[in-house]
Structure formats: C-alpha cells, structure tokens
Design a protein around this ligand. Structure first.
Ligand code: GP9
Ligand code: MN
Length: 655
C-alpha cells in the first residue's frame, strides 16, 4: 500500500482520499449516534432523509478547513478537528443519556453545576463500547503515524474551497427542505430536538452560540439605571386591588389550565344547534365563576410558551423568537417564586417532552419545583396525537401527581389536543365536524369539544378529590388556533366577513377564574393576558405594587383598558388600531387616525418598557420587597435518579 504514496501527485491525491474517507466515516458515525442515542421523534420520510443528510454539511465545512493547510499541518488540523467534533458529539451523547437534552452554551457555562448534577453517575453513563465514537479519529491517527496519510507540501486552495462551498450548498438545501416541513424553524426555534433532527447536532451548536452571543451583548450594555425608568413607569400606572376581592383566595391552591388554541368565539357557539363547549358555557353562565369575554391574546412566535410567560410574569413576550428559548437564563419574578415565600409548592404538568420550548430551562428560572413532562405519562400510540398526550388521559393521569403535592400549591396544566391541524382519532369524538370547505376549521369544533369534555372530567376529579373547594382555578386560551389563512371559512362560521378588524376581535381568548366561595359572572372589561396575574395575586392577597409587571387587575375599579397586541396594534373600549387604521371598537367603523394616536403611543410605550426588562435582563437589578431570588441551580427536572444504564439498553450501552 505504501508504494502508492511515493510520487508527490499521488500523495496529494491520497490525502484527499483520506479526507473524504474521514468525512464519510464521521458522517456515518453521527448518523448512527442519532439513531441509537437520541430520541428525535422522526415522523415522516422527509425527516428520515434529513436526519441522514444533516451531518454532511457541517462535516464538509468544519473538516474542510484542514484542506487549507499543507503537510503535517493539514494532518494535524484534520485530526484535531475530527477529535474536537467527535468529542462534541460524545459529550452530547453522554449528556443526553442523563438529561434527555442537548448541551447548550448556558449548560457549558455552568459545567461545574451540571457536572455536579450528574455526579458520580457521569461515569456510569459511559460504556467501553463508546470507544466507537472515536474509532475514525483513531484510524486517522494510525494512518498519519504509519505515514499512509501524508498530505503534500504543496496544496492548491481549490479543493478546499470546493469542499467548503459544497458544504454550504448542502446546508442550504437541507435548510430549505427543513423549512418546508417545519416553517419558521429558525425564527421560532421551538425545541432543541427539532433543530437537531432537522439541521444536525453540529449546526445546532453553531446556532446556539450565535443566539447566545446576541443575547449576551444586549444584556451586557444594561445597568442599574435602566431599571429606574421602568420602575417609574410601572408604579405610575398601578391599579390598586378591589377591596371586595382582595385576599378572598388567601392561602388557597392555584391551578392554571392553558387551553390550547381556544378562542373566545367558540364559547356559546352552536354548531347546527349543538353547543361546542357545553361545559365551559355552563361555567360562564353559572354566576359562580368569573368569565372574562374580552381578553385578547398577546402572544408572539413563542405561542404556548409566550402565553405561559405572560401568565407567570405579566410581561410581554418578544416580537420575534421565544423568551422561553433565548432569555431563559435571565432573571424574572415568576409567580411560583413569589408564592414560594408564602409556603407554596409549584409544579407544571404537560404531556410533551420537557425540551419543547426549552421549558426545562425556563421553569427553573420561574422557580417551578416540579415538572411532570411526557416522561411521567403513558405516551402510548392511542394516548397521543399531534404534539403529545391527549387531554383526557393527561388530566386523568395527572390527578395522582397533583394530589401528592404538598399544599398550598401553584400549578399549571398545559393541554394539547386542540392543536392545529385539530384532526382527531375517530374514536375520541362523536361531535360533528363543521361543514365548511375547510378541514382545519371543521375539525376545530370536534377538538374544542373534546377539550371541553376533558376539562369537565378534570373538574369532576377535582371535586371528588376534595381539592376543588380549596383551589382557585384559572382557565385561559393560549393563542389563536385558526389563522388568517382560514378567513373564508371563518366568515361562514361567524356570519361576518373577516376584515382586519374582525380578525383582531378573533384574537380574543377566554379566561375563567373560579374562586371557591366567591360569586362570579361575565365580565366584559377589555383586557389582555398580562392582566391575569395581577388579578390572581390580588385574589391571593398579594399586592402587586412592588412588582415590575405590565398588567392591571381585571377586577380593579381602576383597571386599565388600553390593551396592546404584541405587534403594536391595540384595542380599547372606544378605539382599536389595526396597522395604520383606527376603528371605533363598538361598531368597527373607521375613525379618524388622530383619535387613536394617544392610545397607540401608550400601547407602544408599554411594549417598549416590557421589552427593556426582557432584552436587558433588568429584573436582575430589582428585588421586590419580600421576594427571595431564585437560584436556578436548586432546580432540576431529571425524572430518574437511577443510573441510566439500568434504565435503557441498546448498542453501546452496558446492561
Ligand atoms: C407543545 C405545545 C404546543 O409542547 O406547547 O405548542 P404551540 O405550537 O401551541 O406553541
Ligand atoms: Mn399553543
């Protein structure tokens, strides 16, 4: 074999051959790791193909860098890069075995702490078979030592440029196919699993580094003084609690339910004479529950996670991307943390995996003691649809976890069944579908009806367990479910043409608050999701005047009714502004632009103040009276403390 390498031309060729062999081995190795180590939820052939393709671009680009060098430099750099990338892959493999998650920049920053969390089990997560992850590096080293891999002294840049260009082209093809299968993949950046599945583990790391660098620079420029302006703004518009309700729920448990994609138009709606949500309608008209029918959703691209963020902080989410994903390391004064000093335990329940929307990181920041994610539920095929567990088994299985919590507790349940595209398994519904030409809209009635039944079942179980009488229950729609792509069918459903003004009205989401022993009723005050938290805190007897939050108590006599949408539009009892047009809220007729000006400025100011808090991480400079800051390191949501190798088996894992 040695003979082949004698002439300089052959040496140059052979070094390219070794390079491509390295690329292929590294590519295949990564693919094998994807298949045996990670649980990426591959649902269709496109995803299967992308999973295979995605290591190629980064392998070509990163390893191709070595081709710019000659002689020993090239072999040294290629081996070094291969070792570095292999190590990155292996670190992710080991981390995933324990955390079911990928390594991110913040995780690396806290390596000490996370190392501590892994503790002694770190070694038990490794196996001698893991040497597999370095076999190609060893082979390369062997070839170099035996001088079978000996790059020439003269090397043209052409192959290097060609390889890197090929890598970039493959990347864009990959991205294009991925964006087709999952629109907004990069801007919404919902889940690390998704990014790895579609773009690959190495590209994910690059993406993560860029995101973190961006965030860090905004944060670095802020200081103590920035908080003063926000503080003055917030204090000047504080709405004091209504003495009739203040403290009426003091010491009670709290249950929030995020009702996936539920819009206000569906409440009391009858499809061919049949109520779609009879249970929620009965709550609305019982006189025993507050039903707020004029609350708009203020979410952005972070969808469910944005709504959660608003509910827990009374701040606005970002206009782009998700706070949960890019600002999870910031300081926030989440309700779970506020209530902790009052003796509350907190928990979140959700039938999807914990990495979705980066919840497992954000919940630490919010101070959630426990996070019951998909790992705690029976995620069998018949129990799941769309993004995860169906609502009925979700609530059923949650009951034992809920009743096991120390009281008082603050909890949230995030439902999933009523998620786009709303298609249900036949056996889960006997409710008729709508009759428009649009399947999405038609199925919405069935899945909303299913959620309504699931909620009724949950309420019955709460009553049976005895919790109902000592628990405040807050139900809220998280965001719209039916986008403007379906305006035509929605016109049929609502009997009105869906103009921009009507579409804005469709952004209303129902909010219910049931307080044991307190009479309710239908409240028409105009409000936004940011207003729910101050309403709740005042019911619990906690004055919000020291908190930097944007909402105003919906039950206060001084409730503020200029309500911004996340895109800068606003709604108020008198005027509504959509894009550049000012409307009379009551009639939808167009008003003079000037009439909206003052309110529009107010709405923009409010968003700006909230954005300052979020982007500049201002709450790290502010401590509300009596608030005990959250130490994220005190929280961890790893379900099984037993060493990984006892829990799972598979190639490379010792039994
Ligand atoms: C998934 C759930 C649904 O965990 O939050 O996501 P959405 O698309 O509504 O944000
Ligand atoms: Mn949602």
């Amino acid at each position: 074999m040695g003979k082949l390498f004698k002439s300089p031309g052959k040496v140059a060729k052979s070094s390219l051959a070794v390079f491509f062999l390295t690329v292929i081995l590294f590519w295949l190795k990564t693919y094998i790791a994807y298949r045996i180590e990670f649980n990426l939820g591959i649902n269709n052939d496109i995803q299967r193909f992308l999973l295979f393709l995605n290591p190629l671009s980064s392998t070509l680009v990163f390893l191709g860098f070595a081709l710019f060098f000659k002689g020993k430099w090239q072999s040294g750099i290629l081996i070094g890069l291969n070792l570095f990338l292999s190590f990155l892959l292996y670190a992710n493999v080991v981390y995933y075995r324990f955390f079911n998650d990928f390594i991110t920049v913040p995780v690396l920053m806290q390596a000490k702490v996370n190392g501590g969390q892994l503790g002694d089990s770190a070694l038990s997560l490794m196996s001698p078979w893991d040497i597999f992850y370095f076999t190609d590096t060893l082979l390369l080293l062997f070839l170099a030592v035996r001088k079978w891999y000996k790059p020439g002294k003269k090397i043209s840049r052409k192959p290097a440029l060609a390889v890197i260009a090929a890598g970039i082209i493959v990347f864009f093809i990959n991205l294009e196919i991925a964006e087709n299968d999952r629109p907004d993949l990069l801007t919404r950046s919902f889940d690390r699993n998704y990014l790895v599945k579609y773009l690959g583990a190495y590209n994910f790391t690059v993406y993560d580094i860029v995101q973190n660098a961006k965030s860090a620079s905004q944060r670095a420029l802020a200081d103590n003084n920035d908080v003063t302006e926000v503080e003055n703004y917030v204090k000047a518009k504080y709405s004091p609690p209504n003495p009739e309700y203040f403290g009426k729920a003091k010491g009670m448990n709290v249950i929030y339910v995020s009702m996936e994609s539920l819009q206000t138009f569906i409440i009391d709606y009858k499809l061919n004479g049949k109520e779609v949500t009879p249970f929620l309608n009965s709550l609305a008209h019982s006189g025993k529950t507050f039903y707020f029918d004029n609350i708009v959703n203020q979410t952005g691209q972070g969808k469910t996670s944005d709504a959660e963020f608003i509910m827990d902080t009374s701040l606005y989410p970002m206009s782009q991307g998700a706070v949960y994903v890019t600002k999870a390391q910031n300081t926030f004064h989440g309700t779970p943390a506020i209530l902790k000093s009052q003796g509350y335990t907190s928990a979140a329940f959700h039938g999807n995996y914990k990495t979705f929307w980066n919840r497992n990181e954000m919940y630490k920041t919010m101070g959630y003691d426990k996070f019951f994610d998909a790992e705690y539920y029976n995620m069998s095929d018949e129990n799941t649809k769309n993004y995860g567990l169906k609502d009925k088994p979700f609530f059923k299985e949650s009951m034992s976890m809920l009743t096991g919590l120390p009281q008082p507790f603050y909890t949230k349940f995030i439902t999933l069944s009523n998620h786009f595209p709303f298609k249900m398994d036949e056996w889960d519904t006997d409710f008729p579908a709508g009759e428009t030409d649009n399947d999405v809209v038609n199925h919405y009635f069935q899945s909303a009806n299913y959620m309504d039944q699931a909620l009724q079942q949950f309420f019955n179980d709460l009553k049976e367990s005895g919790l109902y009488d000592q628990t405040v229950v807050v139900l809220y729609g998280d965001h719209y479910g039916i986008s403007e792509n379906h305006n035509e069918a929605m016109a049929e459903v609502t009997g009105k043409e869906i103009t921009p003004f009507e579409y804005a009205k469709l952004q209303r989401v129902p909010v219910f608050i049931h307080v044991p022993g307190v009479d309710g009723g239908i409240v028409h005050n105009v409000g936004g999701q940011v207003d729910v938290r101050p309403t709740l805190l005042h019911l619990l007897g906690i004055d919000t005047k020291n908190h930097l939050e944007m909402g105003s108590d919906l039950l206060s006599d001084k409730h503020r009714e200029v309500v911004p949408f996340r895109n800068g539009n606003f709604i108020s009892p008198e005027y509504t502004q959509i894009e550049e047009t000012c409307y009379f809220t009551e009639t939808g007729e167009i008003a003079e632009a000037n009439a909206c000006k003052l309110f529009s400025d107010q709405a923009k100011k409010e968003l700006e103040m909230s954005d300052n808090i979020v982007y500049k991480d201002l709450l790290r400079f502010y401590k509300p009276e009596g608030f005990i800051p959250v130490n994220r390191n005190d929280y961890s949501y790893v379900k099984k403390e037993v060493p990984y190798k006892e829990e799972r088996s598979g190639p490379g894992i010792q039994k």
